[in-house]
Structures are given as C-alpha cells and as structure tokens.
Ligand binder design. Structure first.
Ligand SMILES: [Zn+2]
Length: 453
C-alpha cells in the first residue's frame, strides 16, 4: 500500500487525491482530510484520453484536468480497450467530479477496468434497469421507484405488508421491492465487488460509508434518497453523546411527522422475545429495538426461515443485514412497516444458499477477482449468475450454481442465459475448480489503493 501523499511529498502532502470506486463512477477529488484505509483494493491502472492527451488516473494534475474537461463539457474516453471507443461523462456531485460510463456500456469495458460491469441480464438488474431504476445522463443521478410507500399519507393506512416481495411485485421490474432496493444499493455501493486486497478490510464503518455514498447519488420521489436512509454508525463508548446527537439529527424526518417513513439498513444483532411479541435489535443500536407483535413475528419467521437458517448455521461468522421502512411511534421507538433480511459472509458479500456461500468462499480462498450477482426483484426459481469472475482474460466468466432438482423451466432459462454472448459461462458445483485466472493487462506499476478523504 503506497501513500499518495508520501509519494508527492512537500506541502502537497496536505492534499490527497481520492480515486474511489463508488457505484459505477470513478470519483476524482482533491480534499484535505484524514487518511482512511482502502476498501476498494487495487482496481488496476485506469487510463483515459482527456482534453487531447492520454493520462493515468494517478498522474499528477489529473483531477484538475478532469475539472477543466467538465467546465468545457468535453467527454473523456476510457482506454481500457483499444478496439472500442468507450466514452465517459463527467458529473459534479457532492463536491466531487465523477467519471461515469454511459448507461448500457458497462459490459463493453475490459473486465479489469473500473467501469466494467457484468451484463445486467446475468443478474436481477436487467429486469429493473430502465424501469424501476432510471439513470439521468445529464446529472448522473439515478431515480429509484419503490414498491413500498415512503409516507403513510393522509389515511394513515395500517402497516400490514411486512414484506412486499409478493408475486405481483416480484414478477415485474417496475418498482423495487424492499429486497430489490437493498440489493441495488449493495451493488451500487460496489459491495458486490471483490478483490483479494480487500480481505479483512471491510467492516461496518466501510459498509455504511459506501451505502450512504450510493444512496446520496439516488433520488426517490424526487428527493435525495440519502436523506431518507438511516444507517446506525459504529458505536464507540467514548463518543456516545456525539453519536446520539447525530442519530437524532438523521432521524429528523420521522421526528417531525408521524406520517413520515424512513428506510433503515443495519446488521441484526439478535431477534429476541419481548413482552408482547419479539424485537429485532440492530448492532450499534442496542437501545432502539424494532418491536414485532406476535402476528408480525410469526409472519417474519415464516417468510425469512431460509435466511435465518443460513445466519444461525455457521457459528456466528456471517452477518445478517436488515432493511426496512419505519415510522416513529409516540413512545419514540421505531415501528417497522416492511422488512427484508439478507445474509452476508464475513466479507459482507450476500449469499442465498449454502452452495453459494461455498462458491464465494472458494473464490476468496483462490484469491480471485469477481462481482457477486444479485437477484434484486427476481424470484428464487429464476436462474442468475451467482458471480462473475473478472480476472479471466478479455472476457469475464459468469458462474452459475449447479442445481439437482428436476425443473425443465429452470433448465431452459439457464440454457438461454448461458448462450448469451460477451462473457464465458460455467456451471459450478461444490468441490469443483474455477477456471484459472489470466492477466487482462500489460504490466504496470500498481496504483495506490488508498481511498483518501
Ligand atoms: Zn474501461
């Protein structure tokens, strides 16, 4: 790990270059700030054609060239592949210039490129992109349409849904279910991306920061989604008063109106018996439980039996993430309206079966680079690529889990997916090897893998 500031030295050491990989953009900003550990790992050297010259993202002055290009409305070009012209656009958001690929071009970049994304159709993203998720090419902002309400409305309709991934919702991609929202945000925050250098670097602090940045670049009902999202911060005893004050400030919308609804994302610490039902306690938020009455608790356990089994079965190594909407009751405690839970590995990579967990563990143990595929709104009986290896040469390799049940409709859908061009495809079963890694790049010095703030 090299320190950019150390390398440039002198008074410039006070300034630090942020080359981060939030969502599909490439964030370029110069800021004063405190050194933070990288979460994103080495993403390879990014090279661009910008203002009639070739530059590496790490070149001195790159940030100011990007800022000039933005002012002149010039479009940079990504040079990860010399056989394709891959234009990017620059937007300015939250005091940072962001280099973003054009919608629909992610799969054309080289698999090792920062702007690469596995084709949407391999995962649940294909179903919702363009309908529930609409990208604005002028601003770089993204509008999300949710299948759950963000306000109780004048009638104060009684919350009864608990989960909204009913067949009518999951069968079309017009609006994101609660799980769809969580999956999309996880993907946009690039928490689905894995590189060996990320090992042991992800923790709740990192996950929270990435999710917040992803939410801030999205809108829901015309408002910034980041303002509606509450993610409890890592608790530290010596900072408990400051943390409590920040929490109250973040919860202002639900304090201001009983009709207001916010979204919470947190790690489940425990699901416990309570006096008249059960309560879900989130880590870092022990004094603010989400209470379920007996009926809600019964439906919760029935609906999320698989997720809870996976969470309970590995000796406490994996985490369970909860996303839900809530309002405040008169007591000041949250009232959960709709909810979903998602098991993630100790590296915070989501999984939905034991086999998938084994595949992720294998890819990590083999020090592979990959992007985890997510289901978003799709039903469990629809095949998706569990992950896409991005270190297999000029084409990524989509990995599908073998399944043993007799299901001609599934087999047919899988066959169609595996015949689509642009990526290699393999079916993997427990105990099998993965295709070998191949270099996709000419040798270059590794880029500093620090995210600086
Ligand atoms: Zn590229």
């Amino acid at each position: 790990m090299r320190r950019f500031a150390d390398r440039i030295g002198g008074p410039l050491a006070l300034f630090r270059l942020t080359c981060s990989t939030h969502e599909y953009g490439y964030v370029v900003a110069v800021k004063l700030g405190r050194l933070l550990k990288s979460v994103q790992g080495d993403v390879g050297m990014q090279r661009y054609y910008i203002l009639e010259r070739e530059m590496d993202a790490e070149d001195e002055g790159f940030a100011s060239v990007v800022s000039q290009a933005y002012a002149l409305r010039e479009k940079p070009v990504c040079l990860c592949r010399r056989d394709e012209v891959l234009p990017l656009y620059i937007s300015f958001r939250h005091n940072q210039h962001v280099l973003s690929r054009w919608p629909g071009t992610g799969a054309k970049h080289a698999p090792g490129c920062e702007h690469y994304e596995a084709p949407d159709f391999l995962t649940g993203l294909g179903q919702v992109r363009g309908s529930a998720i609409v990208e604005d090419q002028d601003t770089g902002d993204t509008d999300l349409k949710f299948a759950f309400p963000l306000s109780r409305g004048p009638a104060r309709a009684a919350p009864a849904a608990l989960t909204n991934d009913k067949p009518s919702v999951k069968s079309n991609g017009q609006r994101l279910s609660m799980r769809g929202m969580l999956h999309y945000l996880w993907d946009r925050a690039q928490l689905t991306h894995w590189h060996p250098k990320m090992k042991d670097k992800r923790n709740w602090y990192i996950v929270r920061r990435a999710l917040q940045a992803a939410a801030l670049s999205c809108r829901a009902k015309g408002e910034n989604f980041g303002q509606m999202l509450f993610i409890p911060e890592t608790f530290r005893l010596e900072k408990k008063d400051e943390i409590a004050a920040r929490r109250e400030s973040e919860l202002m919308p639900v304090h201001a109106s009983r009709d207001a609804i916010m979204v919470v994302i947190g790690e489940v610490k425990s699901i416990e018996e309570a006096r008249f039902g059960e309560k879900i306690v989130l880590r870092h938020l022990p004094d603010w439980p989400f209470v379920l009455d007996k009926d809600m608790a019964r439906r919760f356990h029935r609906r999320f039996a698989v997720e809870q089994q996976l969470w309970n079965s590995d000796g406490g190594k994996c985490h369970l993430v909860m996303a839900g909407t809530f309002s405040l009751s008169d007591s000041g405690l949250p009232e959960l309206i709709e909810v979903t839970i998602m098991p993630v590995t100790e590296q915070w990579l989501p999984f939905e079966t034991l086999d998938e967990r084994r595949l992720i563990d294998k890819a990590i143990a083999d020090e592979r680079r990959f992007v985890k595929g997510l289901r978003v709104n799709l039903a469990r009986d629809v095949p998706i690529a569990s992950l896409s290896l991005t270190d297999t040469g000029p084409s990524a390799t989509a990995v599908f889990l073998a399944h043993n049940r007799v299901d001609p409709a599934y087999d047919e859908a899988l066959h169609a997916l595996m015949n689509t061009p642009g990526v290699e495809h393999i079916v993997w079963r427990t105990g099998a090897q993965l295709p070998s890694a191949r270099s996709t790049r000419t040798a270059r010095p590794a880029r500093s893998n620090l995210t600086l703030q």
